[in-house]
Design a protein around this ligand. Structure first.
Ligand code: T3D
Length: 262
């Protein structure tokens, strides 16, 4: 049977491709297990300085495989809290905490958990024909995979509520206009643009990029004053890093050789 994920590492870029195109790359148990292994491999591989996530076929990811969720009359419904605790939440934490940039190339529809996995990446590029759907409300669920945190942070509460409660399909171009994603690009240019961005980021000072992520992620929990303190602490680390020392010794305009925290 086909591998539910494809995984490769080249030029410092780890590339993960969701590979169940016949069900729009929805997550079943095997795909979750593979993802867990691959994310661990990515973390352990010190040659990796950027991660690119994309999907195979016409969809990016339709979230949970709902054929695993049918309940026969008289049977008890599965514990979805346990599913989040054991599968989705560790995956989302792993993406969020990667000590280097994560890029998502949304090649087609991203629905349910699929939308929120994409939006948890640092930089989201989407094909012009792609779309985002918070499909949860249609089946009586709440946005998960970090959606209730990510959406208001990205687009504000009014739009987050509209998306989460109406479950409408949001075209990639609107997502770009709303600031929900970095950019949408022509379909045929998506993979090349995403890969070239990932390759570029992999040549940059990775430690500094990881500290930028940390500061920005903390911002929604912190007051302005707390954030100033955090900037002080992280800038202290950044300023004493090898990358910054080399950049100062040379010239700000010179390329900086990157270093990575393990
Ligand atoms: O359960 C837990 O563990 C808790 C976690 C929950 C996280 C979640 O993600 S809940 C939300 C789950 N996802 C959805 O509700 C989305 C369901 N899919 C759709 O609404 C539509 O498929 C799309 C809007 C995404 C795309 O529509 P369209 O018309 O482009 O394609 P389609 O014809 O609906 O789908 C194509 C095929 O993919 C089709 O199979 P077939 O008929 O060709 O054999 C369809 O059944 C299959 N497919 C699509 N989504 C899923 C799926 N199969 C299983 N699970 C899916 N989620």
């Amino acid at each position: 049977s086909q591998a539910p994920l494809l995984y490769s590492v080249e030029d410092g870029v780890a590339c993960i491709t969701l590979n169940r195109p016949e069900s729009l790359n929805s997550f079943n148990t095997e795909m979750h297990a593979e993802m867990r292994k691959v994310l661990e491999a990515v973390r352990q591989d010190s040659s990796v300085r950027a991660l690119l996530l994309t999907g195979n076929g016409r969809g990016f990811c339709a979230g949970q495989d709902l054929s695993d969720r049918s309940v026969a009359p008289g049977e008890q419904a599965p514990d979805l809290g346990e599913s989040l605790e054991k599968r989705y939440n560790p995956m989302l934490r792993a993406f969020k905490d990667m000590p280097f940039p994560t890029i998502c190339a949304v090649n087609g529809v991203a629905a349910g958990a699929g939308a929120n996995i994409a939006l948890a990446c640092d930089i989201v590029l989407a094909a012009r024909s792609a779309s985002f759907i918070q499909a949860f409300c249609k089946i009586g669920l709440i946005p998960d995979s970090g959606g209730t945190w990510t959406l208001p942070n990205l687009v504000g509460m009014a739009r987050a509520k509209g998306l989460a409660m109406l479950g409408d399909k949001l075209p990639a171009e609107t997502a770009e206009q709303w600031g929900m994603i970095w950019r949408c690009v022509d379909d045929e240019a998506l993979q090349e643009e995403a890969m070239s961005m990932a390759r570029h980021l992999a040549t940059q000072p990775t430690r500094g990029l990881a500290l930028i992520k940390r500061a920005l992620h903390a911002s929604s929990d912190n007051s302005f004053n707390e954030q100033l303190d955090l900037e002080r602490d992280l800038q202290r680390l950044a300023g004493r890093s090898e990358d910054t020392a080399k950049a100062s010794a040379l010239s700000w305009k010179n390329a900086v050789p990157p270093s990575r925290e393990s």
